[in-house]
Design a protein around this ligand. Structure first.
Ligand code: DP6
Length: 401
């Protein structure tokens, strides 16, 4: 009997940013956050877990390379928590259930996007790990319960346990049992939400989220203002915007919160800079694009947001993506064209790009090829998926294929 399961999980990009921990071991945040889950058709992590009494120890391979599982590190914690749930919720209740919690596991995980793209892989990675072990162990747990475990792998991972629009409620309890992800709205509520990821060239190794946010907690007074007076109000505003499908309000809050996250990074001692000239030029283009839209209709049509790196994520409704791709390509020429998964250009090419009528072209300069090294067009997507045996990443010998 082979005890094995494979699952995939999505990337999520926050509109209200998580930045700061009140407990670094349990990964409890200093504020709530909210994200949009992106489609696994384009970006995903896939993980296969197998439990076997003949294995010598727990082992994990990430993109084919073995990673050490060191207790009490994040990986070891997640695996131990899931084994504990297997024992308590399955084996202790049904004496005929195989004692999988006592078997070592082999875990193979694969991201279908290059780590070099600078896209956060820890969120989808830990969500896929938790989902595959939960499937292997047949845990009768809700996504929110599983999010409590994914959170201990990487904070933002807890939000990848749901599709659609997801809040991570910070919680108040010391044991973290109320610091979990909840669905604000499913994907089907507002399926028109699309995202264009601008992969910005970045040679230097930046400050990791984990160490950067701790420095901010220790040194930034602005962060205290953000936690107490800004985020609680913004969480309410963005939830209302999502429920009402009010893109203008969604965009306003999303951009303001990205700006404030980068402001608290700058307010850190020593200061942290995640955005570069390319990032700032993309902001200028979106601000001008929105100015034109507001002049015509009174409403914003796009929202930029940046995580702990220079890549831009532009949220917009489906009907505007083509215009935005043309705008970005005009200022950031693409060597390899634009991979067009939604057939915006109906088999043709984006060409040289262009701006919408009334756009002030002087707001940014035209960059060289390679400044934006790729554009990924995706949309709001569903939560983790349990996959069939044909998708397994472990071979018959229990090692990565
Ligand atoms: C800027 O979840 O990567 O992307 O909990 O230390 O693993 P750890 O940090 P991580 O931080 C993500 C920070 C962010 C904002 C967000 O995703 O909310």
């Amino acid at each position: 009997m082979v005890y094995q399961a494979t699952a995939s999980a999505p990337v999520n990009i926050a509109c209200i940013k998580y930045w700061g921990k009140r407990d670094t071991k349990l990964i409890l945040p200093t504020n709530s956050s909210l994200s949009v889950t992106l489609s696994q058709d384009h970006l995903r992590s896939t993980t296969t877990s197998r439990a076997d009494p003949s294995f010598a120890k727990d082992r994990l391979w990430l993109n084919g390379k073995e990673e050490e599982i060191v207790a009490p590190g994040r990986l070891a914690t997640c695996i131990a928590e899931l084994k504990k749930l297997r024992k308590e919720l399955v084996e202790d209740k049904d004496s005929s259930a195989p004692k999988l919690s006592t078997f070592p596991v082999h875990i193979a995980s694969f991201n279908n996007f290059p780590t070099a793209a600078g896209l956060a892989s820890s969120a989808s990675g830990f969500a896929a790990l938790v989902s595959s072990l939960a499937a292997l162990y047949a845990l009768p747990c809700s996504p929110s319960t599983l999010s409590l475990i994914a959170r201990q792998g990487s904070g933002s991972a807890c939000r990848s346990l749901f599709g659609g629009y997801v809040a991570w409620e910070q919680g108040v309890l010391d044991d973290g049992s109320d610091s979990l992800a909840v669905e604000v709205a499913p994907r089907s509520h507002w399926p028109e939400m699309h995202a264009l990821i601008c992969v910005v060239s970045d040679d230097k190794k930046g400050t990791s989220s984990t160490s950067g946010m701790q420095r901010t907690v220790q040194t930034s007074e602005l962060l205290q203002h953000r936690i107490k007076h800004v985020v609680p109000k913004r969480m309410k505003e963005i939830e209302a915007a999502i429920k009402a499908k009010d893109f203008d309000a969604f965009a306003k809050v999303t951009m303001a919160d990205s700006n404030q996250f980068h402001a608290v990074a700058l307010d850190t001692e020593p200061p942290i800079f995640y955005m570069n000239d390319v990032s700032r030029s993309i902001i200028a283009l979106i601000v001008e694009y929105n100015r034109v839209a507001i002049e015509k209709t009174g409403k914003r049509k796009a929202a930029y947001t940046y995580d702990a790196g220079p890549n831009a994520v532009i949220y917009t409704l489906q009907e505007n993506v083509k215009e935005i791709v043309e705008l970005i390509v005009k200022y950031f020429p693409q060597k390899d064209g634009f991979k067009d998964p939604f057939q915006l250009f109906a088999g043709g090419s984006v060409g040289e790009g262009r701006v919408v009528e009334g756009f002030n072209e002087a707001v940014a300069k035209k960059f060289e090829v390679g400044a934006v090294k790729g554009l990924i067009h995706t949309n709001v997507g569903d939560g983790p998926r349990v996959l069939g045996a044909e998708e397994a990443l472990l071979g018959p010998d229990g090692l990565p294929k």
